[in-house]
Design a protein around this ligand. Structure first.
Ligand code: NAI
Length: 332
């Protein structure tokens, strides 16, 4: 099988090559994102292996189909970047890695939360400059603070479990509450109640038409003054302009972001010698109480190994005409 691996970085080839010793696929690494233009590189390939910021809209899928590509293997869980109807119409099978390490993402959300609260990012910079003052570094005890979790699937559940260890009463909103969270003592409430009662809110739901901009001006107006907001899920869950207004007014006390709605042109790249053109993102970077990481929550060696192994196993099942449990299907 010949596979074009788009948006590939050295760390992708490191883990994919290691996993491929069991399969012997022909892998061609392409640094560019997949889109309707780069899709024309895939003539003669059986499959493309893609990541979160590749564009698998209808135009790209048409080009892939004309080139003879039969399978799309997402090396991630989310599939909001794929036109599933288009893929089905063209007979292109789409597979994903639904779960690789909920711990990686939940732990990163906690890392953002702890760093923001105790201002570790600011302290680190100060100390390197010989500034040992504590002004502006005041945090609070997490113990006893109410944490709101939006989305209690695999990652939200692990996050809730960690919060229990911190001694934080935890509220959750999810249309499908799960028993494990209830056993942990998580209290399921309506979204408005969660927004109004939480000192810290962490987003762990998928991006879809119901959740797009779930954090908008109206939601922010219902939050507690000084609330901490953490998003390790998908950028489109937050209306960035409303977020900036919330930060300027002080309603939002601090924000940790691992994702951003226009991250495609920024994240995963070294842009240190260029001028950032996205003024909204540039404004977000100016706040002392905003901590941004570049979609790295998944990035542990455990997760990368699992992603590589599951991706190839998925493709093997498709190639053999077997049922693949990780095939992405349209929910009708
Ligand atoms: P999951 O599918 O196990 O859980 C998602 C949960 O969200 C489900 O319980 C579902 O019922 C709930 N949900 C659906 N609609 C909702 C709504 N309108 N309001 C509240 N909850 C809703 O997914 P998992 O594995 O926990 O991942 C969650 C998200 O994390 C993914 O969709 C992905 O966007 C993001 N993610 C981010 C990564 C990163 O590196 N930053 C890595 C992996 C996933």
């Amino acid at each position: 099988m010949k596979i074009a691996v788009f948006s590939s970085k050295p760390y992708d080839s490191q883990f994919l090559d290691a996993a491929n010793t069991r399969y012997g696929y022909e892998l061609v690494y392409i640094e560019s994102h997949l889109n309707e233009i780069t899709a024309s590189l895939t003539k003669g390939f059986d499959a493309v292996c893609v990541f979160v910021n590749d564009d698998l809209g209808s135009e790209t899928l048409e080009v892939l189909h004309s080139a003879g590509v039969r399978w799309v293997a997402l090396r991630c869980a989310g599939f909001n970047n794929v036109d599933l109807e288009g893929a089905e119409r063209l007979g292109i099978g789409v597979v994903r890695v639904p779960e690789y390490s909920p711990y990686a993402v939940a732990e990163h959300a906690v890392a953002l939360m702890l760093s923001l609260n105790r201002k570790i990012h600011r302290a680190h910079n100060r100390i390197r400059e010989g500034n040992f003052s504590l002004n502006g570094l005041l945090g609070f005890d997490l113990h006893g603070k109410t944490v709101g979790v939006i989305g209690t699937g695999k990652i939200g559940q692990v996050f809730a479990q960690i919060m229990k260890g911190f001694g934080c009463p935890t509220l959750a909103f999810d249309p499908y509450p799960n028993d494990r969270c209830k056993e942990l003592g998580v209290k399921y409430v309506g979204l408005d109640e969660l927004l109004g009662e939480s000192d810290i809110i962490s987003l762990h739901c998928p991006l879809n038409k119901d959740t797009k901009h779930v954090v908008n001006a109206s939601a922010i107006s219902k939050m507690r003054d000084g609330v901490m907001l953490v998003n390790t899920s998908r950028g489109g869950l937050i209306d960035s302009l409303a977020l900036i207004n919330g930060l300027k007014s002080g309603r939002i006390g601090s924000v940790g972001l691992d994702v951003y709605e226009e991250e495609e042109d920024l994240f995963f790249e070294d842009l240190s010698n260029t001028v950032i053109q996205d003024d909204v993102f540039a404004r977000l970077m100016t706040f002392p109480n905003v901590l941004i990481s570049s979609h790295q929550a998944f990035f542990t060696s455990n997760a990368m190994e699992k992603i590589a192994n599951v991706t190839f196993a998925n493709l093997e099942q498709l190639a053999k005409g077997m049922d693949c449990p990780n095939k992405v299907t349209i929910q009708r």
